[in-house]
Design a protein around this ligand. Structure first.
Ligand SMILES: [Zn+2]
Ligand SMILES: [Zn+2]
Length: 210
């Protein structure tokens, strides 16, 4: 079980006990499983999506009428459960240091610029100069922002989807919940493609018959 951070504990304690709100058990489990599946794919570690998932889930619950504190506390706990399920372990202090490689402090030796691969001038250990250093940082932040937004959107949609009444897919007869607002008829892309192919065949048969 992962430890709760002091900041989270403080927030949890700020929510009055009589006002603590919990997700229904089956819904909580479904959201946790879906978030854990997302986190397993996250780069560079499962923790990359911790904050955006909590944000997305919190927003979804607030839209359902939860108070901010209630929503944030429950979102934090569900995200922790998802992290635990994804097998996340907080890195040690040493692992968090930039010099960390595998078994301790082995300074990285690089001969070329991390961005443009030009040979590194004497005294530079990552970038050929300030232009590459700055550009690399901008690229990295842009990538991180995008991943953050995607995770927020997904966490929100997962929570939203779990609240929708189930439908039956006309292709595979499986019960499913729509993933976004609108009239999603099929459970998956595969079933939708299948339906389209079948329709195409029927149209061709009719065309050949006349
Ligand atoms: Zn460079
Ligand atoms: Zn289906």
């Amino acid at each position: 079980m992962l430890a709760i951070s002091p900041a989270t504990r403080l927030r949890l304690s700020a929510v009055k006990p009589e006002r603590v709100r919990k997700l229904a058990q089956h819904r909580r489990a479904a959201i946790r499983d879906a978030l854990a599946a997302m986190m397993k794919e996250a780069e560079p570690t499962q923790f990359a999506l911790e904050a955006p998932c909590r944000y997305g889930l919190r927003v979804a619950l607030i839209f359902e009428g939860w108070g901010w504190g209630q929503a944030d506390a429950e979102a934090a706990l569900v995200v922790l459960a998802a992290l635990a399920q994804a097998g996340a372990r907080r890195p040690s202090w040493q692992q968090g240091q930039p010099e960390y490689t595998q078994d301790g402090h082995i300074p990285r030796t690089r001969e070329r610029c991390q961005r443009c691969a030009a040979p590194l001038p004497e005294g530079n250990y990552r970038f050929c100069g300030p232009v590459c250093a700055k550009a690399y940082k901008i690229d990295r932040n842009r990538r991180a922002d995008k991943e953050d937004r995607n995770a927020k959107d997904q966490a929100y949609r997962i929570a939203w989807s779990e609240r929708q009444p189930p439908r039956v897919c006309p292709v595979c007869d499986k019960s499913f919940r729509p993933k976004r607002a609108g009239n999603q008829t099929y459970c998956s892309r595969a079933c939708a493609d299948d339906a389209r192919r079948t329709a195409g065949r029927k149209v061709r048969m009719v065309c050949e018959a006349v």
